[in-house]
Design a protein around this ligand. Sequence first.
Ligand code: NAD
Length: 467
Amino acid sequence: GYDSQLAPVEGLDAADAERIDATVHSVRAAFAPPVDLETRLDRLDRLESMLRRWEAPLVEALGQDLGKSTTEAWTTELGTVFGEIHHLRRLLPQWMALSKVPGSATLAPSRGWVDHQPLGTVLIIAPWNYPVQLVLSPLAGALAAGNTAVVKPSEVTPHVAQVLTEALQDSLADCVGVVTGAVPETTRVLQHRFDHIFYTGNATVGRVVMRAAAEYLTPVTLELGGKSPVWVDDTVDLKVAAQRIAWGKFLNAGQTCVAPDYVMGPPQVLQRLETLLAAAVTSLYGADPARSDSYGRIVSRRHLDKLATTLSEVATEDMIFGGGTDAEQLYVAPTVVRQAPDGPLMQEEIFGPVLPLVEAADHHQAIQYINAREKPLALYVFSQDDAVRSEFRALTSSGGMCVGAPVIHLAHPHLPFGGVGESGVGNYHGAYSLQTFSHERAVLDKPLNPDTLKVVYPPYTAIKAKG
Ligand code: NAD
């Protein structure tokens, strides 16, 4: 095999490397086209029944790794995957039917089609923040499109990784392989050839993945993050806006790729939001969120320390509410702060329950501010003013945009989900997953007689040139 020439990986012994190589080989060998509709539906069915059988251990593992409540585990992880599987199942028959294209006058007589072929073997590398959804949602798409897949769950959520490994080996061993581990293991996997790599996580590792993919010209989907802004003006019901912003921000303790990163608005609006956001947090998590079953935890001590550093950069007079941490409990309080446009919290994606409010005189200034930065994964607009909405829509760029609510656009079955620029490459969900994990092959059938191609054969006489 081609891996006999693979360079040794630092921190990985030969036995572990061989185990990973063997997994990749067996999954590659398991790709056997044509992969008919029945096979694909059967794999989706098995993925679904796997989720049902392993639901309790998965929910428990999500609780252990992220303090995720059972309800949130359902709405944002398992439920999302069930929905995706159902949707893909509905889409598949039409997707797999040969799709005939209109005829071509110059090539007549002939018939043309676009075939949707599986790519082969897909590698899916997932992060820790939605560690079930971000493995299984892309996996559902890859299997529906007829591929086999190697998945690499995040090592940062070890309980979920363990349960997923057992579940997948139990249910889908004939078409899915699992590699667990951290950087050395992932580095090894990435030395192999895949037909597509689907990576979710941060942009630094995204670059590592893209470099590894370049070796074999492997196409990539990179689902990354960024600072997703919110614009709020005084044309909306600020109470509802505050409730929705607080929900989207403090969901999973702020560890959501499409969480509102910061809120921009005119000074009077932000002033009212300060009180309304505080009230919203109380209504969501009670007076002491540390004691709420609905509020999640930070994934690890390392991530908590980073957030504590972030909080230490907030000047005392800028702290509106929250700010508390409990390292033992991996707890960071829902926090809202004031920030200057060039403040310390405005440099990097926060990825935790800390929400800066940033003044902008008007939406023109906000648009200018957003456009001076990297393209975010999401952009949220709370305004009833049509001109304001259409200016955000026409003059800014982001992976997705949602008016009137954060986060929920990614739950719409017919919308693509993905980033642009620094927030990612490519997209998925539903039909877009089928497209991402398939090759659109052009097929043309031209009868030999009559030989209408004779008009293009040499010699090129004057008559031919005139057509
Ligand atoms: P992470 O630390 O779990 O890393 C993601 C994956 O990359 C893991 O499987 C990890 O093992 C692997 N990895 C880490 N370092 C590596 C290296 N040097 N070489 C090869 N592989 C390596 O997760 P993270 O990156 O901290 O995730 C948070 C980021 O992900 C945030 O920026 C967030 O916005 C983004 N995110 C994006 C989406 C999306 O759908 N667009 C969803 C969730 C998270």
